[in-house]
Design a protein around this ligand. Structure first.
Ligand SMILES: C[S@@+](CC[C@H](N)C(=O)[O-])C[C@H]1O[C@@H](n2cnc3c(N)ncnc32)[C@H](O)[C@@H]1O
Length: 239
């Protein structure tokens, strides 16, 4: 495990330890819901239990419960033991059976080759620096079946927090050592925080054997339109 991943693990273990289930959202990410709808809308409910969906960096299951509730076979992986311990209580609150949850790093995914139909990343793989993210993309490719989907919702480089990031420092061309800009979303998240550019993410994904089917920008303003944060949605398929 790299020093950056150890730093992230320590930060999140403290956060989950202090705040419990309040460390993260309870509701699923809206872009994930849109991805699920456009990808699986036409699959009847009684055919979903054979579709294996893994969330890398699942936190305390704010997204996984809806995947399970919609009838898919839900799998979660998170770096933090505490998140994995909290997950079942959120699932239980929403009246769904616990998903299969494991602790570990998305740079070394504890699942067999070609065991997943879909892998999703909601604001988690951005905790990896560039080198670790390349390792993660190879791991996602390994666990996906041919034709399997990889969806990512991740920070984009048009964000004020990246363009004007002082006093944070760059640790490689797209990763900061944390969000130190006081007016930014995620201020105080002091661990490697990577911002993607659509061209470079497409180049990496295609080099690693994915076809990128869509990249869209979601630009949000915050603080009365004073602060802008760009989010990217990236849909890809394992070739
Ligand atoms: C911002 S939270 C998002 C959680 C969840 N995806 C959600 O949308 O509610 C980021 C999560 O990624 C996890 N994480 C960070 N680096 C990871 C890694 N290398 N492997 C697995 N999980 C990781 C953290 O422990 C944390 O739970």
């Amino acid at each position: 495990m790299s020093e950056g991943i150890k730093e992230t693990k320590a930060w999140y273990e403290t956060s989950y330890g202090k705040l419990g289930v309040n460390a993260q959202r309870r509701y699923p990410n809206e872009e994930l819901v849109r991805f699920m709808a456009r990808t699986y809308f036409s699959v009847p409910r009684n055919e979903r239990s054979d579709i294996n969906i893994l969330e890398i960096g699942c936190g305390s299951c704010a997204n996984l419960w809806v995947i399970a509730k919609e009838g898919f076979k839900a799998h979660g992986l998170d770096l933090c033991d505490e998140a994995i311990r909290l997950g079942p209580s959120i699932m239980d609150d929403w009246g769904v059976q616990a998903a299969s949850l494991k602790s570990g790093s998305m740079t070394d995914i504890p699942h067999p080759d070609q065991s997943m139909d879909c892998v999703v990343d909601i604001y988690s793989a951005n905790c990896l620096n560039e080198a670790d993210f390349e390792t993660c993309v190879r791991e996602v490719k390994r666990v996906l079946k041919p034709g399997g989907y990889f969806f990512s919702y991740t920070p984009g480089q048009e964000s004020d927090a990246f363009r004007d990031h002082a006093p944070a420092k760059l640790i490689d061309s797209s990763t900061l050592n944390g969000i130190y800009r006081e007016s930014s979303m995620f201020a105080g998240n002091h661990y490697p925080f990577r911002f993607s550019h659509p061209d470079s993410v497409r180049e990496l994904m295609e080099r690693e054997g994915f076809k990128v089917t869509s990249i869209e920008r979601v630009l949000r303003s915050y603080n009365g339109m004073e602060e802008h944060f760009e989010h990217l949605t990236i849909d890809s398929v394992k070739m």
